[in-house]
Design a protein around this ligand. Structure first.
Ligand code: ADP
Ligand code: MG
Length: 247
């Protein structure tokens, strides 16, 4: 479903991704771990098509399509969702407005009819209830005045409504208390644990991987994947640290 080959990318002339290769099949959850500054968030931004992140070499295929040739909005319409390490606040736009226009833009791009007001409300209620976000909060401006944990749960509400095929979740667990972590972990499983979907789960912590058990675990260091394994690799990292793997 996602095939990254020999990806090189730079930001502001600084080379950050350095020959990264990764293969994720439909139905799989791939955990990406690795030391600070390894390039994990950069990988997410490159996949999402954030301006300023320049791919200098390599390829990314999403369902066999050249992902890097698509504009960011086309990538989203193709089913890619990015959950941010630091969700942005958007003053002046309410969550519901934002979600409804995002959902409808994607549906239009796919040649599907727009969602009706009633259906949108129903979907939004379902997702908000499941993630412990009140409808009042969804009427507020996007993330404005939300606590760290509320922002992360709000990202999951977005994901539930958008219903993507491939989610890149960048430290969605950071800053969450134990209860919120469980809510978020359950949300990821509920929304994304499906045979036709896949997740890149960027995390530092085993406690999320206890809830969302990965099919593959990869260590990203120095802009490339330096080790890969199964769930046991995450346990080993927790015991022993990145040590010699840190570039
Ligand atoms: P991670 O998410 O793994 O902690 P990042 O992808 O955020 O790492 O960053 C990788 C490296 O790229 C870091 O050394 C960071 O300082 C550097 N970096 C990120 N953004 C920029 C930028 N705009 N200009 C220069 N260096 C950057
Ligand atoms: Mg990061």
């Amino acid at each position: 479903m996602l095939r990254i080959e020999n990806l090189h990318a730079e930001v502001d002339g600084k080379q950050i991704l350095n020959g990264l290769s990764l293969d994720v099949k439909a139905g799989e959850i791939a955990a990406i771990m690795g030391p600070n500054g390894a390039g994990k968030s950069t990988l997410g931004y490159v996949l999402g098509g954030r301006p300023g992140y320049e791919v200098t070499k390599g390829s990314v295929l999403f369902d066999g399509r050249d992902l890097l040739a698509l504009r960011p909005d086309e990538r989203a319409a193709a089913g890619l969702f990015l959950g941010f390490q630091y969700p942005v606040e958007i003053p002046g736009i309410s969550n519901v407005q934002f979600l409804r226009s995002a959902l409808n833009a994607q549906r239009r791009a796919r040649g599907e009819p727009e969602v009706s007001a009633g259906d949108f409300l129903r979907i939004t209620r379902e997702q908000a209830d499941a993630l412990g976000i009140s409808m009042d909060m969804l009427k507020r401006n996007v993330n404005v005045g939300f606590s760290g944990g509320e922002k992360k749960r709000n990202e999951m509400v977005q994901m539930g409504i958008i219903d993507p095929r491939l989610a890149v979740l960048d430290e969605t667990d950071s800053g969450l208390d134990i209860d919120a972590l469980r809510v978020v972990g359950d949300g990821i499983n509920r929304i994304m644990r499906k045979p036709d979907k896949a997740v890149l789960l960027i995390t530092h912590y085993q406690r999320l991987l206890d809830l969302v058990v990965p099919d593959q675990v990869h260590v990203l260091a120095g802009g490339r994947i330096v080790r890969s394994g199964g769930p046991e690799l995450a346990l080993e990292l927790e015991r022993e640290g990145y040590g010699a793997m840190a570039a």
